[in-house]
Design a binder for this molecule. Structure first.
Ligand code: NI
Ligand code: MN
Length: 227
């Protein structure tokens, strides 16, 4: 599957000819200053939780592209307050079939809260299942036993997108265990380096995965790769 990394926890994935964009936070990210958000394509925008570093650029991209926003009711409500009505509400445990495949919302252990002070409710992760495979984006989360349910209730994952920056989320060591829990050894790392508190040693993180027989990919911002 073709994945493009836009920095922090933002990436897009091409699924059955549709572009799914996750957690856009680009124009406020100094590391992503070479990415022009007016050139980002999206058919769907999926938002894991209400923190600014996961949705700051989403209303602008949704308005320009007409992409449908998929998130919890509390977050789609914030989009409506920001002029974006094209949305689909889901919540933890729910699965819905879209034209590209299905989205299953799974639990994430984190907090949430909207930029306007609104109630952000619980954060979520997403499992995307399609005719050629499945992938998991955990969103911001701690390592949690709930991850063990994913291989039981979802199709076999061929890619997992996991935070590895520590401080706010799992660090690399916990992400290695997460990859055991979800039974997926092909991991794209996100949510690192953006702020001082989450700067990581890339080589050490990659080694932690390879020592366990797993592959951690770290993409350059703006890079597209088949994963
Ligand atoms: Ni967060
Ligand atoms: Mn975050």
């Amino acid at each position: 599957m073709k994945v493009t990394y836009y920095g922090h926890a933002c990436f897009s994935a091409e699924v059955n000819g549709k572009t799914l964009l996750f957690d856009p936070f680009i124009s406020f990210n100094e590391l992503a200053k070479d990415v022009d958000i007016s050139e980002i394509h999206a058919d769907y925008i999926l938002i894991s939780h209400g923190h600014e570093d996961h949705l700051a650029d989403a209303p602008a991209i949704a308005k320009r592209t007409g992409a449908k926003v998929i998130s919890t009711p509390e977050i789609t409500g914030w989009f409506a307050r920001n002029g974006v009505d094209n949305s689909h509400m889901m919540n933890t445990g729910g699965r819905f079939h879209f034209d590209f495949g299905s989205v299953k919302c799974v639990s994430a252990v984190h907090s949430s809260g909207l930029p306007d002070g609104g109630y952000g409710a619980n954060p979520i992760g997403f499992v995307i299942e399609h005719d050629k495979g499945a992938f998991y984006y955990s969103g911001d989360t701690a390592l949690t036993m709930d991850m063990k349910l994913i291989p039981v209730i979802c199709k076999k994952l061929d890619l997992a997108i996991l935070p590895i920056g520590d401080n706010f989320t799992m660090g690399a060591a916990d992400a290695v265990l997460a990859s055991d829990f979800i039974e997926c050894n092909n991991v794209l790392g996100v949510h690192y380096d953006t702020f001082g508190w989450i700067k990581i040693d890339h080589e050490a993180a990659v080694k932690q995965f390879s020592d366990s027989g797993k592959r951690l990919t770290l993409l350059n911002i703006g890079e597209t790769k088949e994963l």
